[in-house]
Design a protein around this ligand. Structure first.
Ligand code: SAM
Length: 208
């Protein structure tokens, strides 16, 4: 019987945040597929990692190798449960044929950096353009994290700000765990929304 496809959450992108369980899971696979950025987190497995461009190509390669009977690890960024390629792998194979190894999400790290101790809603502007979020749920939890990653998204962020109204603080968390990491307050002006970036909308005055 074919092995499960192992989908490994690799954390926000620095080796310090790769869990030992992720290294073990990668170590027991014969082939590894993931972006060059994530592959560089596993220098102990040279020559075993395939890095085609783009997440769709990576998923296709992992599925193809898995179907051929290989023991495959698919590397995904952050956690497998936050806006992850893992969901596409599970949609293709079913949850019984995938083994998910969770990781530290970039959202978790961004929340920790601003001292937030409770969960928030998450949404993505990664693709497509439409933002799927539930203002009532965001108000209930008092927080929303929007995954960015493409230029020119500040008008959408402005619409979220307008919808939430007064009493919310917006921060942009960029390059979490990397040397260039920053968390800055957003005042509503034009900003760079490309690259590894998250917008945090947190209600003011209710503690972390
Ligand atoms: C496909 S989603 C994957 C999210 C991932 N599953 C997680 O839990 O962090 C990719 C988006 O996550 C965010 N992201 C990933 N790594 C990041 C980092 N180190 N710093 C800030 N944002 C990051 C960016 O918004 C990026 O466009």
């Amino acid at each position: 019987m074919t092995e499960e496809l192992t989908v490994v959450g690799c954390g926000p992108g620095h080796p310090d945040w790769v869990l030992p369980a992720a290294r073990l899971a990668v170590g027991r696979c014969r082939v590894v597929v993931g972006s060059a950025r994530l592959a560089s987190l596993f220098p102990e497995f040279p020559g075993r990692i395939g890095s085609p461009d783009g997440s769709a190509a990576q998923l296709d390669l992992a599925l193809e190798l898995h179907a051929a009977g290989e023991r495959v690890a698919l590397l995904v960024s952050g956690d497998t449960a936050v806006c992850s390629l893992a969901s596409k792998a599970v949609a293709c194979l079913g949850e019984k044929r995938c083994r998910l190894i969770p990781g530290i999400s970039s959202v978790q790290l961004a929340l920790a950096r601003v001292g937030r101790t409770r969960a928030v809603c998450t949404a993505t502007l990664h693709a497509p353009d439409r933002l799927d979020w539930n203002p009532a749920e965001v108000r209930r939890l008092g927080g929303l994290a929007v995954l960015l990653g493409r230029p020119g998204l500040h008008p959408q962020l402005g619409r979220i700000r307008d919808e939430l109204g007064a009493g919310w603080r917006t921060s942009i968390a960029r390059d979490m765990a990397l040397e260039t990491e920053s968390v800055t307050t957003w005042d509503g002006g034009e900003i760079d929304t490309s690259g590894l970036a998250i917008a945090l909308f947190l209600r003011e005055g209710e503690g972390p």
